[in-house]
Write a protein that binds this ligand. Structure first.
Ligand SMILES: NC(=O)c1ccc[n+]([C@@H]2O[C@H](COP(=O)([O-])OP(=O)(O)OC[C@H]3O[C@@H](n4cnc5c(N)ncnc54)[C@H](OP(=O)(O)O)[C@@H]3O)[C@@H](O)[C@H]2O)c1
Length: 293
């Protein structure tokens, strides 16, 4: 928690998972928040963004808005590119011109998932989906424009008590079905959006750099989707058998990385933050959902 009063923060896409968690946490921080949604501030409209920033004296932006429909993006590159690259380019340009600190969120999907040890921020990117490509292109635009004191946070497997996500899908299906097949040959680490939101708010006053820095953030630990589903059922006391299946048995339009583990040393060392273990965060989220007493 910080006592900084001078931060006027624009949060875009605040109806999304990370945006909603930021909204919930905002009361614990003495920053001035301006939460916007697609309805009242479309990030593809740079005129509106600029006007909003100037009218409200914004000096910090947390960009939670994104085109996140991974499978849909395979047939909708134009729109994914519009939000994930072009809009980020415009926001970065405005941030650079008006000296605004920009925190932008990106994804593990910038990697191809063929690695065998946790991805560092410097590791060669090679997205294998349109979504991943457009998110990487957004990163590249932002790095090129280089707004001062700005960062990109790459995260993975985001879930929350808000919005649609794997945890909520498993809870629903687990109650409807007696058995479910869940992929065991894709490993990564979930990120409880509330933990990510808190990390962003905690580090915000200490972000100071002349070149855009990339940081990885997820919860701690390593697991497959199968392990995740098993633990959700166990914690929520749902009697549904989870069977391990391979990726080919659950075909999707976009291909997902088999290995999505992010090395988080950089953000932990730089900002001296500790990151919760995935099971502890899952427990917290299930309690927030009323699925665990
Ligand atoms: N979800 C994941 O598993 C995951 C994994 C890795 C990285 N990330 C990244 O983390 C960030 C936050 O993700 P999230 O899970 O919170 O996403 P989310 O729940 O899908 O939220 C994204 C929000 O952006 C809004 N949005 C879309 N286009 C917009 C536009 N043109 N102008 C303004 N708002 C717009 C959406 O509004 P509508 O609801 O109206 O569409 C939605 O509220 C994103 O950058 C995402 O790429 C997510």
């Amino acid at each position: 928690m910080s006592s900084s009063k001078s931060l006027n923060i624009l949060v875009t896409g605040s109806n999304g998972q990370v945006g909603r968690e930021l909204r919930e946490l905002s009361k614990d921080y003495s920053y001035n928040f301006f939460f916007t949604t697609r309805d009242n501030l479309d990030i593809t409209n740079s005129e509106d963004i600029k006007h909003f920033i100037e009218s409200n004296n914004i000096n910090t932006i947390i960009n939670c808005a994104a085109y996140t429909a991974v499978d849909k993006a395979e047939d909708d590159e134009l729109n994914a590119d519009l939000v994930n690259r072009k809009a980020v380019k415009k926001i970065a340009k405005i941030s650079q011109e008006l000296n605004i600190k920009l925190v932008h969120i990106s994804t593990d999907y910038v990697f191809d998932g063929k690695n065998f040890k946790p991805y560092t921020e410097e590791f060669q990117t090679n997205p294998n989906s349109i979504y991943g490509k457009t998110k990487l292109d957004g990163e590249i635009e932002m790095i090129k424009i280089n707004p001062l004191n700005s960062i990109i946070i790459r995260t993975s497997w985001v879930y929350s008590s808000f919005g649609n996500n794997f945890v909520k899908t498993m809870l629903r299906l687990g109650k409807e079905k007696q058995e479910l097949g869940v992929i065991f040959d894709q490993v990564g680490t979930p990120t409880y959006a509330k933990d990510l939101a808190r990390a962003i708010l905690d580090i915000l006053p200490n972000i100071s750099n002349t070149k855009v820095e990339i940081y990885n953030y997820s919860n701690e630990g390593v697991l497959s989707w199968y392990d995740f589903a098993k633990e959700i059922m166990k914690m929520a006391k749902i009697k549904c058998t989870i069977n391990p299946i391979e990726t080919f048995q659950y075909p999707t339009p976009a291909s997902r990385p088999h290995y999505s583990i992010l090395n988080k040393s950089k953000i932990k060392n730089k900002f001296n933050i500790s990151i919760p273990f995935w099971k502890d965060s899952l427990d917290e989220c299930l309690r927030a959902l009323g699925e665990r007493k």
